[in-house]
Design a protein around this ligand. Structure first.
Ligand SMILES: NC(=O)c1ccc[n+]([C@@H]2O[C@H](COP(=O)([O-])OP(=O)(O)OC[C@H]3O[C@@H](n4cnc5c(N)ncnc54)[C@H](OP(=O)(O)O)[C@@H]3O)[C@@H](O)[C@H]2O)c1
Length: 275
């Protein structure tokens, strides 16, 4: 496993863009990159939250030369993303690493979910990833780099209550898998991160409305901290893994789902029945 010293040897002076870098997993990743010498650019919508996160991230830098910059961009808005990418390129050149972490989750029973919740989730969780890749890949083609797209365990397993979320997160994995093959010739590595429940503001909010059946299914994989997930993500990225599934429990579910999907369906149906 790459130790702390190895991490800073690898990450010092790297330019890292993190969408969703003002909160949860994105912020934990931003702190890890900053603490290991990288220049960090965090993207989200709310300026007050971004500013506060940037102060927190900035307190961890190894050197005053490190740039810690926050920008308010809505990743679901292609024009905003393209305009900012152009500005970024003019000022800083091409990024070395992009973490596409911006996301929302709108759980609920399919018949009760407003139609807009499907659009909103797809626009942020999937099109947000697409817009960033579309805007930044052309400038990364000469120097290569690494893009990590954050999906979820619900991106490889359709989960009760997640008709909005699983659809968007499956799309992220399908997109990333195709992109991985195409980007090899430019030395741009693509990874996809599939965390289980992670203790973040998103999870806290979601728990207020998450159906009891979804809770029962998710319980099996346990809850990780955002720092643990960020650490696993960065190590997986450095090892150039495509599929990064943090935690033993989540890895086990991923494996069984691939080998025996009907067993996983049976177990989930039992958990749902009990709930
Ligand atoms: N927490 C979990 O249990 C869990 C499990 C598996 C996967 N994930 C995935 O991990 C990623 C991070 O989740 P998290 O739990 O860390 O969430 P979080 O704490 O709610 O953070 C989400 C981040 O995304 C930003 N964001 C949301 N919509 C955006 C938009 N349209 N444009 C730009 N930024 C936007 C938010 O800032 P603003 O609202 O200010 O824009 C915030 O910085 C998400 O993709 C999520 O689906 C989370």
């Amino acid at each position: 496993m790459a130790g702390r010293r190895n991490l800073s040897a690898i990450l010092t002076n790297k330019k890292v863009i993190i969408t969703g870098g003002s909160s949860g997993i994105g912020k934990a990743a931003a702190k890890l990159f900053a603490a290991n010498g990288a220049h960090v650019f965090i993207i989200a919508r709310r300026k007050d939250v971004l500013k506060q996160a940037a102060d927190e991230i900035g307190s961890l830098v190894l050197s005053k030369a490190q740039k810690i910059i926050w920008v308010s961009v809505d990743v679901s808005d292609r024009e905003q993303v393209e305009a900012w990418a152009q500005k970024y390129h003019e000022e800083y050149g091409a990024p070395d690493i992009i973490i596409n972490g911006a996301g929302i989750v709108l759980p609920g029973y399919f018949e009760e979910l407003p139609y807009d919740s499907f659009d909103d989730t797809m626009k942020i969780d999937y099109y947000g990833v697409l817009n960033m890749c579309h805007a930044f890949i052309p400038m990364m083609k000469t120097g290569g780099g690494h893009i990590v797209n954050i999906s979820s365990m619900a991106g490889f397993l359709g989960v009760f209550g997640y008709t909005t979320y699983s659809a968007a997160k499956f799309a992220v994995i399908g997109f990333s898998q195709s992109l991985r093959s195409e980007m090899k010739r430019y030395s741009i590595n693509i990874s996809v991160l599939c965390p289980p429940d992670t203790d973040t503001p998103q999870l806290e909010e979601e728990m207020k409305v998450r159906p009891k059946e979804t809770k029962a299914v998710a319980e099996g994989a346990g809850v990780m901290s955002a720092d643990e997930v960020a650490q696993d993500m960065v190590i997986g990225m450095i090892k150039k893994r495509f599929m990064i599934v943090p935690s033993i429990n989540a890895k086990f579910v991923y494996l069984v789902q691939r080998i025996m999907p009907s067993l996983v369906e049976w177990i989930m149906d039992m958990q749902i029945k009990k709930a």
